[in-house]
Design a protein around this ligand. Structure first.
Ligand code: CTP
Length: 407
């Protein structure tokens, strides 16, 4: 799967607080997810953490001074221009005060003043400092000006052993906030239900019928929908994939279980969801009987009776009165290009869906990249070959567009 921050340029500003050690974990998570991270230190940051740690993690020297003899041009201007996101971890009371009053008295403050990209700050301080009217006023100014988004602080134990609101958010939450700040927010507060992975139909305690779906496409769609602001319910068959940040995951096994989870997520009259993306490879049949004990080998042939599973998507399509939820189906076929598109067109009507994402079995299963056709009643759009995470966005563009049209 393409990493969530693939190629994104992030300036990570670290200020002087005990929580600064967690900024190293944030840097690590961002780099692992493909970001280019430039660490900036306030002068007091190095009292708490070492520049060598951040340089080692990010692969770039840490910058602290505004004016350095070896730097051509103005550092704060260059960093501000280059960065797609300024992430301040931790943000001390002093730094928030300086930012709120528009100071430019060190590299971090000057960069923040110069940035037009989103700025996300993770405050960390003693609860008494956080609740102080001065800090609250500064935070109110920064958030009110619309130039800084905050992640945390949260309630918990702080370095002194005291409890209260002031503890810095955990690295994973900070990274989720960074991702959210980078993406378009065109699915904000929409409820998007995504199914992913294979279904597994048990035959006996050790044997089952399943398919080769890895779940990567559905997980990529869930991750991107969350990054674009949606509340995402990801209903997944058995996969080895980690849950994307900010996504509510429901694990299921069989098609019947998946249908029950989809029904719950869509709610009565399908009113609880704005879109259903059926990326799961749902098994069409299940054994007529799941044996409680392991089937023993016999002398002759073994006949398995299979009974049809419900068609989850077609059932929702048939029940949908109007245009909500937007319905996205997938079609995996092993056939010629023209035939794949023709099958997809037929599924638009047979399943009563808004778009069918058609792909070739040979291109799709288990791979990180894919090549698909978005087949709608208006035409066909060919996408890829591209990483599945990049294909997720055009699919969600279609969903966002449909939802906008519906108001
Ligand atoms: N699907 C579903 N329930 C099923 C089978 C499929 O909801 N029991 C959904 C899939 O998640 C996918 C779409 O229907 O979004 C198309 O699935 P596909 O297997 O390609 O189509 P089928 O209807 O099973 O047709 P066929 O296998 O005969 O091509």
């Amino acid at each position: 799967m393409t990493p969530a921050f693939h190629g994104r340029r992030i300036a990570l500003a670290v200020s002087g607080s005990i929580a600064a050690y967690k900024a190293a974990l944030v840097a690590r998570l961002l780099v692992t997810e493909g970001a280019e991270v430039q660490a900036l230190f306030t002068r007091s940051a190095s009292q708490f953490v070492g520049a060598a740690t951040f340089a080692g993690i990010t692969g770039r020297p840490v910058l602290c001074e505004m004016f350095a003899s070896d730097a051509a041009g103005e550092r704060h201007v260059e960093i501000a221009k280059r960065s797609e996101l300024l992430l301040i971890v931790p943000a001390t009371a002093d730094l928030l005060a300086r930012l709120a009053s528009g100071r430019a008295d060190d590299l971090v403050a000057a960069t923040a003043l110069c940035c037009t990209c989103p700025v996300v700050a993770a405050p960390a301080m003693h609860p008494a400092m956080w609740s102080h009217p001065s800090t609250q006023r500064n935070v109110g100014t920064l958030v009110g000006d619309g130039r800084v988004r905050l992640v945390g602080p949260v309630h918990g134990e702080v370095a002194s052993g005291d409890h209260g609101v002031g503890r810095m958010s955990e690295p994973e939450a900070i990274v989720a906030a960074a991702l959210a700040a980078l993406a378009p927010r065109d699915l904000l507060d929409r409820h998007v239900v995504v199914t992913a992975g294979p279904t597994v139909e048990d035959l006996d305690p050790v044997r089952f019928l399943s398919n080769r779906s890895s779940g990567k496409m559905g997980f990529a769609i869930a991750a991107r929908a969350a990054a674009r602001g949606a509340n995402v319910t990801l209903i997944s068959g058995p996969t080895a994939l980690p849950t994307p940040v900010g996504v509510t995951r429901i694990d299921v096994r069989s098609a019947i279980e998946m249908q029950a989870a989809v029904d719950r997520a869509l709610g009565a009259d399908l009113g609880a969801a704005d879109a259903l993306v059926m990326a799961a490879a749902v098994g069409d049949y299940r054994p007529a009987r799941a044996h409680e004990k392991k089937l023993k080998r016999g002398p002759g042939a073994l006949e398995l009776e299979l009974v049809p599973n419900p068609d989850i998507l077609a059932t929702v399509g048939a029940a949908r009165g109007g245009t909500r939820p937007v319905l996205v189906g997938f079609a995996v076929e092993a056939d010629t290009e023209a035939q794949v598109v023709a099958y997809a067109r037929a599924k638009l009507d047979s399943k009563r869906v808004d778009v069918v994402v058609a792909n070739h079995a040979a291109d799709a299963f288990g791979k990180d990249d894919n090549r698909v056709s978005l087949v709608t009643r208006d035409g066909v759009q060919a996408l890829g070959p591209a990483p599945k995470s990049e294909l997720a966005d055009p699919i969600l563009d279609f969903v966002a567009q449909k939802l906008r049209e519906q108001g």
